[in-house]
Design a protein around this ligand. Structure first.
Ligand SMILES: Nc1ncnc2c1ncn2[C@@H]1O[C@H](COP(=O)(O)OP(=O)(O)OP(=O)(O)O)[C@@H](O)[C@H]1O
Ligand SMILES: [Mg+2]
Length: 267
């Protein structure tokens, strides 16, 4: 079974108006279980729109989305949430700031069912699990179980968010520039954690990044979006050993246009 199948996906914004924007133009994308895909492309290429379409946070104009064999095209975001975990750029987006680290992790364990959470509080057995998982991150967070999560640094918080996202392996993990708000060193730490957590449970992952080196280094597949279309798609051995220069050459061969650094990097 395929982990994700996107077929002939088109997304229009403000269709039929003067502001009509054909943001995705017939995306075909199939992921095998355990694929870890880095997605790159210039500003406005359609990367976030693709992830939003997969997550269900914007309705699909045309096409189909299947997750783990299930047609979710017309399912809303809440229904798909059972299958999907997301981490965004903003470390504040993924956690409840006034709750403690262990309370946030408890919520993740119960998949956000607040009622069950408040009824039970944090169980000792869960606490032991959290301590062990946090220790494996290597950031000393196992000693901060009862700290309000809002008091952690951006990098620590993003690490906990990743742990929450993967505590129960989702069918799909969606990362939208999840290290972009962090300083380079913290970003590297969170990327290494990402790889560790994804590999441990073979989680199928789509990761948008503006960092070319991360895109080349992490994952078994690399996709470049350009003006709403897949311009480059390289997997396994094709991706290994690839350089930025190779990518630029491939892009030119595919799109006919010259790829400036700005088109791929944040600019
Ligand atoms: N909710 C929306 N309403 C109208 N237009 C939108 C909306 N979301 C995205 N767009 C447009 O769709 C296009 C693709 O945007 P998208 O956010 O997917 O790009 P991106 O590749 O993620 O870019 P970035 O690297 O800047 O995050 C852009 O032209 C953008 O302006
Ligand atoms: Mg984006």
């Amino acid at each position: 079974m395929k982990a994700l199948e996107v077929k002939q996906l088109h997304q229009y914004f403000e269709k039929g108006t003067v502001n009509e924007n054909h943001a995705l133009k017939g995306i075909d994308l199939t992921l095998d279980p355990g694929d870890f895909v880095a997605i790159i492309g210039g500003n406005g290429a359609g990367k976030s729109t693709l992830l939003n379409s997969v997550a269900g946070s914007i309705p699909v104009t045309h096409g189909q989305v299947r997750i783990a064999g299930k047609d979710v095209t017309y399912q809303g975001v809440a229904k798909r949430a059972k299958l999907i975990a997301r981490v965004f750029q903003d470390p504040k987006a993924g956690t409840a700031p006034r709750l403690t680290v262990e309370e946030n992790l408890s919520l993740a364990l119960k998949r956000g069912q607040w009622r069950n959470f408040w009824a039970g509080g944090v169980k000792r057995r869960d606490r032991d699990l959290f301590r062990q998982k946090l220790a494996s991150l290597g950031l000393g967070l196992e000693d901060r179980l009862t700290a309000e999560i809002g008091l952690l640094s951006g990098g620590q918080r993003q690490a906990v968010t990743l742990l929450m996202a993967t505590l129960q392996a989702p069918e799909l993990l969606l990362l939208d520039e999840h290290t972009a708000a962090l300083d380079p060193q913290t970003s590297a730490t969170v990327m290494a954690l990402t790889e560790q957590l994804v590999a441990a449970q073979h989680i199928t992952t789509l990761m948008i990044t503006h960092n070319m080196q991360d895109a080349l280094r992490y994952g078994n597949r690399l996709i470049m979006l350009d003006h709403g279309q897949i311009a480059v798609d390289l997997k396994g051995p094709e991706k290994e050993g690839l350089t930025v220069a190779d990518l630029m050459r491939l892009f030119k061969a595919q799109s006919g246009a010259e790829l400036s650094d700005d088109a791929v990097l944040l600019s």
